[in-house]
Design a protein. Structure first.
Lengths: 265, 182
């Protein structure tokens, strides 16, 4: 973590003079999409969640996201992340420190930073890389780059673990570090996040006969059969105040392709 | 009368003695028979044991095969590959690695080896993870079947470990080690 404070003077003064906002119970909305949503195909997975509080105040900072995946949705046959990246490379060189072939997805988040009574929303760009395996588990590295009013670059890993509950095959467990805003104020709190893991917006390169060839990686495998009710995903969100909420969603089964009638019949 | 009486007693004694001898002979014969039966059984058991031991030694095969396989076909998450293996017992090796359908972090693996005189098929599930251009799988396969010379093949566990090239050719390198009993 390499927070680089770049704060406007007014915000700093207000932040130092006033305490952080009180927290209320959090609620979450959670959506997942496949693009394209084709059984037996390869897709980009789009994940959106937003966090609010019952009284409209800033939520407690998010500390852990556990995304539970349905059976068959896997990286196994995809070619996402053909190179690996390390936390050290990202911290030292930023995005340029890693091979483009390690990039697996993109996203953005909105965090709210309390400066006393004023809540400042900040947009954060998120890049998702293939990390080096941790204890025999596939790992992803999240690189969050915030510019203003708080300038900070965070790197945190997500580990793909075997599913431990219900009908979920795997869990992407991501521990999110607390992001300081200004001295004396609360940590920045994630209120919205949109991320995609898959080939959309990605181009990889390889060398062929001395020339650089661009290609789009193969996306995440979608099973051939759709379970009743669709592909269910759960997100278990844990907050700094110790509270946990579980949000569920399902990707609907795609409509069946109509059989073409033979000509003359 | 006295002579007749003594003769009678003599005959009675002789008949008693004969009966005793007969009983003795029968008893001895029985004992011998039982003993010989028991001896025979133990000999047989010994033979079975010794045969078993001989057979076990004769029919244990240390497997250590390495193969670099090429893709024959693939569907979503299922890679079907073939190639020749080197090592013991050697021969042609086919492998199916299903990395998609059941478990996201595990691969369902089945392989068929074609050593001389039969086939050996194993299947199981092992942990699977990706790291850059390679995906790795490693674990133990307990379910073994065979045909021909290996029709009664069993194992206490065959280790399989390998890598999948996650680039377009999905080439698999695999090493299979363990002991096959057949």
């Amino acid at each position: 973590m390499r927070p680089l404070p770049f704060i406007s003077c007014v915000a700093l003064i207000v932040g130092l003079m006033l305490p952080g906002a009180a927290h209320a119970s959090e609620t979450a909305k959670f959506r997942v999409h496949f693009s394209p949503n084709t059984l037996g195909g390869n897709a980009t997975i789009l994940v959106d969640f937003s966090i609010a509080t019952s009284n409209g105040q800033i939520p407690s900072p998010l500390t852990d996201v556990n995304l539970r995946l349905p059976p068959g949705v896997s990286l196994g046959s995809s070619t996402l992340g053909l190179a690996t990246c390390t936390e050290g490379q990202l911290k030292a060189g930023g995005l340029a420190g890693c091979s483009p072939n390690a990039l697996m997805g993109l996203g953005n988040a909105t965090v709210e930073v309390p400066f006393g009574p004023i809540i400042v929303a900040e947009s954060v760009a998120v890049n998702i890389f293939m990390g080096q395996a941790i204890n025999g588990h596939t790992s992803l590295l999240f690189y969050a780059d915030a510019k203003t009013p708080v300038s900070a670059q965070l790197v945190f890993p997500g580990e793909l673990l075997e599913g431990t509950s219900g009908n979920f095959a795997a869990e992407l467990n991501t521990v999110i570090p607390l992001t300081p805003s200004v001295p004396g104020a609360s940590y920045a709190a994630v209120v919205r996040m949109h991320s995609s893991v898959g080939p959309e917006h990605l181009l990889y390169t390889r060398q062929s006969h001395g020339r650089t060839v661009y290609f789009r990686p193969v996306g995440i495998a979608i099973p051939r059969k759709c379970p009743v009710g669709g592909f269910r995903f759960d997100a278990v969100l844990t907050f700094q105040d110790g509270s946990t909420i579980t949000a569920s969603t399902s990707v609907p089964c795609p409509p069946r392709a109509r059989k073409r009638r033979r000509a003359g019949k | 009368m006295g002579h007749r009486g003594s003769r009678m007693r003599m005959r009675a004694l002789l008949s008693l003695a004969g009966a005793g001898i007969l009983v003795f002979v029968v008893a001895v014969a029985s004992v011998v028979a039982v003993a010989s039966g028991a001896l025979g059984a133990s000999t047989n058991q010994h033979r079975v044991r010794s045969l078993g031991a001989t057979a076990t030694i004769a029919r244990q095969l240390g497997v250590s095969e390495t193969a670099h396989l090429t893709l024959i076909s693939h569907h979503t998450g299922l890679l079907i590959e073939e190639g020749n293996s080197s090592g013991t017992p050697g021969g042609k090796l086919g492998i199916r690695v299903n990395v998609s359908y059941e478990h996201t972090t595990r691969a369902a693996i089945s392989f068929t080896a074609h050593p001389r005189g039969g086939t050996v098929t194993g299947q199981g599930e092992v942990p699977f993870y990706a790291s850059g251009a390679l995906a790795h799988f490693s674990g133990t396969i307990h379910s073994i079947r065979g045909s021909g010379r290996y029709a009664h093949a069993t194992t206490r566990g065959i280790s399989i470990q390998g890598t999948v090239q996650r680039t377009h050719n999905y080439a698999i390198s695999v090493k299979i080690t363990g002991t096959l009993v057949f």
